[in-house]
Design a binder for this molecule. Structure first.
Ligand code: ZN
Ligand code: ZN
Length: 170
């Protein structure tokens, strides 16, 4: 036995029915406009508190949904911008120029010749603002992609330990 009823026919019938009902309801509403409005007013007076509370509740739910959506799309836009800029400064490889780290969330932008803080102050941009600025400026030279560890080590010890090891070994 198949569960698939002759669904097309049923759907057509439902659609026709819906259309008929809508037309009928429209005509009814038009004819009884004033009476319906009076009824609604009366209903509202009797249930004011409940209606307002319900309205407020659905408003808050909607507002939160919109905010969440906006946050999500902002997050996505930021991630796309970061990926674009890091991709450029790693020549499309998206890997740390020092240790080869590939986890995108660990990667960051490094001012090759130092002076990152000074530059950030000068252009008054950091984080995502700096990414936006660099893209706007057509990707000026002087930046590379390093992972957080290598970036931190470079600024704290001037050379990343990774590079020292290589020198020691040589
Ligand atoms: Zn690294
Ligand atoms: Zn390193």
């Amino acid at each position: 036995m198949s569960l698939q009823a002759p669904s097309t026919r049923v759907e057509e019938f439902k659609a026709e029915n819906r259309a008929r009902r809508t037309t009928y309801e429209k005509a009814y509403r038009l004819k009884n406009k004033d009476r319906i409005r009076a009824q609604q007013r009366e209903y509202y007076r009797a249930n004011r508190e409940r209606i307002l509370a319900q309205f407020k509740k659905s408003y808050i739910v909607r507002r939160d949904a919109i905010r969440t959506g906006q946050n999500a799309s902002l997050k996505r836009l930021r991630a796309e911008l970061k990926a674009e800029v890091l991709s450029h400064y790693s020549k499309g490889t998206m890997i740390c120029a020092c240790c080869g780290e590939t986890e995108p969330r660990f990667l960051s932008l490094d001012h090759i010749h130092g002076g990152g803080n000074k530059h950030r102050r000068e252009v008054n941009a950091r984080g995502i603002g700096l990414y936006r600025l660099l893209r706007k400026q057509g990707y000026p030279d002087g930046f590379q992609v390093l992972c957080m560890n290598c970036n931190f080590a470079k600024s704290a010890y001037s050379t990343c330990p990774h590079q020292r090891h290589e020198k020691d070994a040589a």
